[in-house]
Design a binder for this molecule. Sequence first.
Ligand SMILES: [Zn+2]
Length: 70
Amino acid sequence: MNIQTCPAPTRKSRPPAVGHNILYRKAASNPCPGCGKSQWLVGRVVAECAFCETALPLEHGFRFSGLSVG
Ligand SMILES: [Zn+2]
């Protein structure tokens, strides 16, 4: 049996801090990045596309930031 282990996370493995940050904006039209349609099931934290289930975080949604590591 060959077990492969994931390498330990390093700072280099973190995603870059810049780039696109796609959010669901309540006051804007929100074309789905997955299928281009604009029918959303909006929850407390994310909005989910009704067609392809792509989930986007809400612009003013709940964000938990109470824990910090290190
Ligand atoms: Zn979609």
